[in-house]
Design a protein around this ligand. Sequence first.
Ligand SMILES: *[C@@H]1O[C@H](CO)[C@@H](O)[C@H](O)[C@H]1NC(C)=O
Length: 364
Amino acid sequence: MINCRTLSALLAGAAVTSACTIPTTPIPNNIAYPFRAQVQNASRPEVHNLYMNLLEVGGGDRHLFIGPVGTPTYDLTLVDGVINHVPAGVRAVIGGEFSEIDHTTKLFMTGRGDPRAIFQPTYACNPDTDALQIELRFVMWQNQPAGGWICVRPTFDNSYEFRYYPPGNTLVDVNRECIKVTLVVIPTTGLPQSSTTLSTSTISSTSTSTSSSSTSTSSSTSTSTSTSTTSSTSTPTTGPLPFTDLTSSGYRFLGCAPEERWTTDGAFRTLPDAVISSDTMANAFCTSWCTARGYKYAGTEWSRECWCGNAFAPTRQPATTIASLAKCNYKCTGDQSQNCGGDAWLSLYEHCAAGATCNNVVFT
Ligand SMILES: *[C@@H]1O[C@H](CO)[C@@H](O)[C@H](O)[C@H]1NC(C)=O
């Protein structure tokens, strides 16, 4: 029997007002009811109590995030100590993307046979409320020495990715500290608890999509190049405006559109239907990639992301002032001469209808 008052006080460094009682019955390492995985580290409010999101990536894999990236997932289960997402046929494994700086390795979900991340469900007291909760204590990376822990490290778009920190390691990446976290089982009905439906984002591996983007460009060049003039000619500023003119290949620039962080409409992504992140991102890469998947709108963001959709809410309509373009000032990872959105701002393009005049929005 653990004295929970003492435990919580130690963990949170704060006094608690009640004590939860730890059951003495052990918990089997199979949890058949659906749950969400919550991340806790009471001394790190930036990650504390956020939920694990899954992001579909190439080959059926799912990458794991907390923060704005990925899709909230309500139907995880535990099978022999391994976190499973049965609908997607994937389970949590560790492997790949080893970091020389902090010696961490990626935790993600796949249907392949990579060595699993093994957890043991354990009763504990919630560090904030002292309520009884079931934690998933990290046991080991399969076939590796026991120990280590799971941590979350800052990655793109203000989110954190899940990593494995090996036993005995002391290395820290000062620019991207991997914060040690506890995973907690939050039982659900298996259904989203809010009425907001989020589209499943898809992401392709960088290597496969890079080659396909150039081939898909040709299918979209149906508009007349003679009608394309950049809006810079109609403004009093000198030099071109800070966006990439793609009218000659059949895309009009609509402006710099806000993501959810800059709106109060309660919705998630401005273009939620598909996403790719790439070291070779550029605006034409993105428009081609979205067109090849049948989407009308394409937007680059955060230097390296490309988002697609067929519609966006009026609350996400970009402004038409020249000043508004300043928010989309992140250089593209694949072309430093272009801007690819900003911090939760999209450089937004529309695929012009075949045969129609294709002009950029005029910014004044
Ligand atoms: C919170 O994260 C820090 C940094 O990784 C770690 O030292 C600390 O042990 C963590 N606290 C808990 C309760 O996991």
